[in-house]
Design a protein around this ligand. Structure first.
Ligand code: NAD
Length: 349
């Protein structure tokens, strides 16, 4: 039998979910709810039952599962309402504004026996899977630093994302993806989080983020997000003890290369660099250096929905587990705290 979805919040992302769920075998979108009458009309035009009032939507017996795609500040209350009506929940990211809110959502799902997960869809991004696969295969030896960044040129943030009251700001909006990716990839306890937030163009929220995570295995990961960078740095830059991995953008697969060099380095030649000479930062010595494209990781992000369905129907394991989402939320909270105090937040995992 088909899994029948309802969507709460039929804006940009709600429409996206409708479009893609409708392509999947054994899944359909049967209803939407939005507080904006124009979006209710849009739902009707798209051929689904469309409700202006939440309670009518919740009373619809044909909805098995709900995707919550509203601004972030109302995720918790909506998830709790759906759970109480026995509906499975996919919540958009960031799942909530605090660990305490998330704990209520997880407890609500347990209490009412429904499946609860979060749309951390960027676990399926190709650029990310390439990094993950390369590290797993040991392509660059033991990684000691990962830099993951998104930088854009447009400065001003659009709509409710520029408003703190709605859970706006880039740490919550994009930080949640980049932190989730790092935590899902690195199998080591987290030691500390240090974070700097700035409001460059958007006075009410952070639009520049630099967050550092240090792990027990010695690896340090930096997440950097900025809405005003006209000369963006690479999406990924990873240093290992046997090479370097670099990916320019998530859209651009063509210029993806791994630069490899032998673990035992020879001395390079002495070179002039402006006002002084250097050997360490000069040319490559007589080591093996070669570049290679990273193989296509062949991911399909629609597996997110397929996994959700098999969890409900066959008791499979969730890919995006509530306790993983909770760990991400702890890092987000630590990021705000570290920025406030100017000190790292120590973890004891
Ligand atoms: N995972 C991703 O790749 C991704 C991408 C974009 C957005 N998102 C997330 O999706 C969510 C929605 O973002 P968006 O870009 O679609 O925003 P949006 O502004 O385009 O749409 C939000 C919709 O929710 C409606 N809404 C507001 N409050 C409501 C309420 N209390 N009850 C019912 N409807 C309500 C609005 O009228 C609007 O139609 C956010 O949590 C955002 O972070 C995720």
């Amino acid at each position: 039998m088909a899994l029948r979805f309802g969507i709460i919040g039929y804006g940009g992302m709600g429409g996206w979910h409708k479009r893609y769920i409708s392509t999947l075998e054994g899944m359909e979108v049967v209803a939407v709810h939005d507080i904006d009458p124009k979006r209710v009309e849009a739902g009707k035009a798209d051929g689904v039952r469309s409700y202006l009032h939440l309670q009518e939507f919740l009373n619809d017996p044909d909805i098995d599962a709900v995707v919550i795609a509203t601004p972030n500040d109302v995720h918790m209350e909506l998830a709790l309402a759906c759970e109480a009506c026995g509906k499975h929940v996919i919540c958009e990211k960031p799942v909530a504004l605090s660990v305490a809110q998330l704990d209520e959502m997880i407890a609500g799902a347990k209490r009412h026996g429904v499946v609860f997960t979060v749309h951390q869809n960027r676990r399926w991004d190709k650029d990310y899977r390439k990094v993950m696969n390369a590290l797993k295969e040991g392509e660059i030896g033991r990684p000691y630093v990962i830099e993951s960044r998104v930088q854009g040129p447009n400065g001003k943030i659009h709509g409710w994302r520029a408003e703190k009251a709605h859970g706006g700001g880039m740490l919550l909006d994009w930080g949640v993806h980049l932190i989730d990716q790092i935590l899902w990839m690195i199998d080591s306890p987290l030691k500390s989080v240090f974070c700097v937030l700035r409001s460059v163009m958007n006075p009410d929220v952070d639009d520049y983020v630099r967050l550092q995570m240090e792990f027990a295995n010695g690896l340090v990961a930096y997440v950097e997000i900025g809405t005003l960078f006209l000369q963006p740095l690479p999406r990924w830059y990873v240093g290992g003890d046997q090479g370097t991995l670099r990916i320019e953008t998530f859209m651009d697969e063509g210029r993806l290369t791994i630069l490899k060099q032998a673990a035992v380095h020879s001395n390079g030649p002495l070179v002039d660099t402006g006002a002084g000479p250097t050997r360490t930062f000069g040319k490559v010595g007589s080591v093996e250096v070669w570049q290679s494209p990273l193989p296509d990781p062949k991911t399909d992000w629609l597996d997110f929905y397929r996994n959700f369905k098999t969890v409900i129907e066959d008791g499979a394991e969730l890919v995006v587990k509530p306790d993983e989402v909770r760990r991400v939320m702890q890092v987000l909270e630590a990021g705000f705290e570290s920025n406030r105090t100017g000190m790292p937040v120590v973890f004891s995992e």
